[in-house]
Design a protein around this ligand. Structure first.
Ligand code: BDR
Ligand code: CA
Length: 315
């Protein structure tokens, strides 16, 4: 099994990714490191602890940072993920599960150092913890096995943004951190809206999970009600996109996706703040802004049918 640290802002689709990682035998979920984003850092961590307790996860839960590196904080996306991150699903205020005392970036550094080339970092929230880890210990680029990120949108099939016309939420929350993470010389694969918006959890699919997948199926069904109401009202569809679980699917079966290679830069100011751009041809080679970034993989197609079947089977 591939050992992963999942950096996440739970978050409804984050929870869908966490239970997937736990259920599939191809993944060993070593730790969940939290980040602000869909919810405040306190609520994101509380939700992760709740999942640990409710599903008996062995993963460490580690709290990460509460704000972006430089930009003004965007704040929780209450309309998408609810007041505290899990829609309108009640989560007990008091939990027995507890956090590892280190800050997330330090936990990431320590873990990669301890087990060089063994751990894949999967990030499905704003990239601040990863950027902080890179800044505190640049050598992690050689210790990590692989970095898989849900974030961004590269214009494939017209997918350009979900929080603004030109930005995806995770990157928009901390564009400076994203530019650091994409530019570092470690192997990154980006699973952006280009592919995550090509896969759909329909209402009948989620009903079937509830019927067939026991406690975890019921949980997914419960937590997704609020999310589906958002999609119905604002996106106009009776389904939700498969964002964060797609990053886990890539770890399990990379062949589900095709990718293209090239350096990625992130717009860090102005109306297109958070926009991600990949240079994937040989034109404009003389611009230094593009030479400083390492070539990374961006997913451009996905086998959705198989992805959804793998998810269903795992749960
Ligand atoms: C991303 O933003 C968050 O709302 C989701 O959890 C996902 O990580 C999609 O743009
Ligand atoms: Ca997320």
């Amino acid at each position: 099994a591939r050992k992963i640290i999942l950096d996440t802002d739970p978050g409804i689709d984050d929870a869908m990714a966490i239970v997937f990682a736990e259920a599939h035998s191809g993944v060993e979920l070593k730790a969940i490191t939290t980040v602000y984003g869909n919810a405040t850092i306190e609520n994101a961590t509380h939700n992760a602890l709740y999942l640990k307790q409710y599903f008996g996860l062995s993963a460490d839960i580690v709290q990460g940072t509460d704000k972006p590196l430089q930009r003004n904080p965007v704040g929780p996306t209450v309309v998408v993920h609810g007041e505290k991150g899990f829609g309108d699903m009640p989560v007990p205020d008091v939990l027995e599960a507890t956090v590892d005392g280190r800050p997330a970036y330090q936990y990431i550094i320590d873990s990669l150092k301890q087990e060089p080339k063994e751990i894949t970092l999967v990030a499905v929230g704003p990239l601040t913890n990863l950027a902080l880890a890179l800044q505190a210990e640049p050598a992690i680029v050689d210790w990590v096995k692989e970095v898989v990120i849900m974030g961004g949108a590269f214009g494939v099939n017209g997918h350009r943004g979900n929080v603004t016309p030109y930005a995806e939420a995770n990157i928009h929350d901390d564009p400076h951190a994203a530019d650091i993470v994409f530019g570092a010389s470690w192997p990154v694969t980006v699973i952006g809206l280009d592919v995550t918006e090509e896969s759909f959890y329909t209402r009948p699919y989620l009903d079937k999970l509830r019927d067939d997948a026991g406690d975890v199926g019921q949980f997914i069904w419960d937590v997704s009600r609020y999310y589906l109401a958002f999609y119905s009202e604002y996106v106009g569809m009776q389904a939700c996109h498969v964002h964060d679980p797609s990053a886990i699917a890539y770890v399990i079966e990379p062949e589900l996706f095709t990718t293209r290679k090239g350096p990625i830069r992130v717009v860090t100011e102005g109306p297109a703040i958070g926009h991600t751009i990949q240079k994937f041809d040989n034109r404009s080679h003389h611009y230094d802004e593009w030479e400083i970034a390492s070539p990374q993989n961006v997913a451009v197609t996905v086998n959705s049918e198989r992805l959804l079947e793998i998810y269903r089977q795992a749960l």
